[in-house]
Design a protein around this ligand. Sequence first.
Ligand code: CBF
Length: 826
Amino acid sequence: MDETGPLTEHEPTRTGLSVDALHRALLDNLFYVVGRFPAVATRQDYYRALAFTVRDRLLHRWLRTVQTYKEERSRTVCYLSAEYLPGPQLGHNLLALGIFDNTREAVRRVGLELDDLIEEEAEPGLGNGGLGRLAACYLDSLATLQRPAIGYGLRYEFGIFRQRIDNGWQVEVSDSWLRDGNPWELRRPHIAFEIGLGGHTERYLDHHGHTRVRWVPGETIRGVAHDTAIPGYGVFNSNLLRLWAAEATESFDFGSFNAGDYQGAVRRKIRSETISRVLYPNDEPETGKRLRLIQGYLFVSCSLQDMLRIHLAGGEGLDRFPQRFVVQLNDTHPAIAVAELMRLLLDKHGMEWESAWDLTRRTFAYTNHTLLPEALEKWSLTLFEETLPRHLEIILEINQYFLDEVRMRFPHDEALTTRLSLIDETGPRYVRMAHLACVGSFSINGVARLHTALLADTVLRDFHTLWPERFNNKTNGISPRRFGNLSNPDLCALLSRVAGPGWAADAERLRLLEPHAHRREIYPEWRRIKLERKRALARYVADQTGIVVDPESMFDIQVKRIHEYKRQHLNVLHIIALYSRIKMDPTLDAAPRTFVFGGKAAPGYKMAKLIIKLIHSVGEVVNRDPAVRDRLRVVFVPDFNVKVAQRIYPAADLSEQISLAGMEASGTGNMKFALNGALTIGTLDGANVEIREEVGAENFFLFGLTSAEVQARKRSGYCPYDCYRENPVLREAIDLLADGLFSHGDRALFRPLVDHLLQQDDYMLLADFQSYIDCQDRVDRAFRDADSWTRMSMLNVARIGRFSSDRVVQEYCREIWRLEPVTIRP
Ligand code: CBF
């Protein structure tokens, strides 16, 4: 598929795609950029040289793309996201450029294997989980669909912590992903903006005699752009991910230096740079985190200033800004953008309030990603006032106009006004960022049909009453390139052979596999590929944990953030129940299973950390017990991230999507597993509902309460202890835990967990327990019928195309962004 001829004048080393060109560029870069020569170069040196080789080719495309977008005055979407989890770049970029095979060959010429170089890459962990990964999938799809887009975010020096396991406990280790440098990015010192912090505001009269406001910040910091090219798959378009790093405006304070205060001379620099130093873990209380507020403000302000710069350089007036740019707020983290755009328009560009507000409201669209009340950001008014005094003034003014409008429409409902207010005044005063995002946006969307419906019915109910027309749903999707082609090349080759090529750029074509799902002659190969991936995972698990697992057993996998609502501990209760069943009846006819877990717990989230300990403790007992030897294994794969995920999804037989209905906004792991042929056991939560509709109820293992039933049970006074009392299997499982079987007799270790389940059980594990156990029995029977399982697996793959991020991005483009494709010619 690639050119392989000799290097010609038409094919320069910096852009040529042939094996010769790539080989020569690799050696050139090794010498001239990395500064090493083959005799001493390490794999890391070669990885870097290869990354520079690929980057040259990307830059070539990116420059052409920028030129074309500029000439055509293309409308651009700017995706504002505090998190991105792009995963390793090398493999992905080779795939996009269509030079995987040629590069493999070029690397072989220097005596190395491409896969080993791909392994060398450090992963940019600039996100906590689903939300950041989703942003990365959307950037991939935007470029592939040839839509002009810029992803804006923060260049954290330390990403999400690396997870080590020590005696079954999670230990957080800092993630210095930039230690060896980042060959994919370009630092752009000429694209830098200042932001203010603190200080006070002043009123003055402008030359028209109008009162204006000037913000006199207490300090200023610079954000400097770091750009990474995001190539589309199989097209020439290459978009941009622009991340801001905080720097000091003055690197050195000569006053302090001359006065002999050498530390003081650099203190401000150090403090400024701290701002983009580290990604905050989620699932922790927001209140009081000044640094996090500043982080959000830094990237939002720099991004908006950058957009305005680009727009004005195009020669059009500010009134045309909403025609040229649309800005998507990825959750509430960047919601301060609403106030910041107002500030820039009012205070810097001299606009009047009405025009500025009209322009702002036509610019922003907001995606909500959670129903968890604790994840809906709010900031204390005092903190806001100290940090962003001008923004607080603007927010209060927006609020005044907004609440006046509400009162006009609902004159006798002061309670409604109080609920809708941007300021929470029920106790100490807070700014409600989700409300700011709603008021400032022309579109508000959830990320799965159920989630959007629940948003409109619960968390954002009053906004829905006010503006039903602004609400819409965009069910999440995943990149078939990253989670298909890259993760599971053998399966993808089979898919292309059987269903035909082209599905990677048009996932609906996976449907063409459907008629083949009944052809038994394909089954052995389908199973062989799965077994190969399971073997590879088994090797990895043995290497990471020392635990040997049987690739022929059912791989039952739950990988995601550890959170009570995701209910990893429900999975554990099933393991305990199964364990004790086998102990009681060694002849029990059940398929051998390997339970695989993976995921990080927020460092301050004690219960989630205890769940990790629980998984390890149960694993320790089960894995050691000769009575269940070869029948059950429990493993926890440490440090779950995109790289590890790419190993895990292809190896799964069963995908655990078992959150309490109504809690998971969408989930995207569910889609990645299904694309790789795993069957799902799940509740009617998030996108599971739609996945089940697509793949067919008969190819999905459903259990548990619906979200309506959950609400009804809670209303009628849910008593978990009743479930415990009435169900002997459940009682036995919980008692074993409480009595210390899995904690060397220590009855205190899991006490908080047991107490919480028996007394409170917010996430209703006990209510769903029996239904889960019964469903797992159905899974067991189904798995033992290998042909039927294979057919179900194939049907899952054939019908999962709707969950491609390309489909979602097309919907965003059509229904929110009004964005057309722009073809870039080579
Ligand atoms: O929408 C993407 C994902 O976002 C989350 O991870 C989030 O951080 N709010 C949700 O928890 C997921 O359900 C969702 O798929």
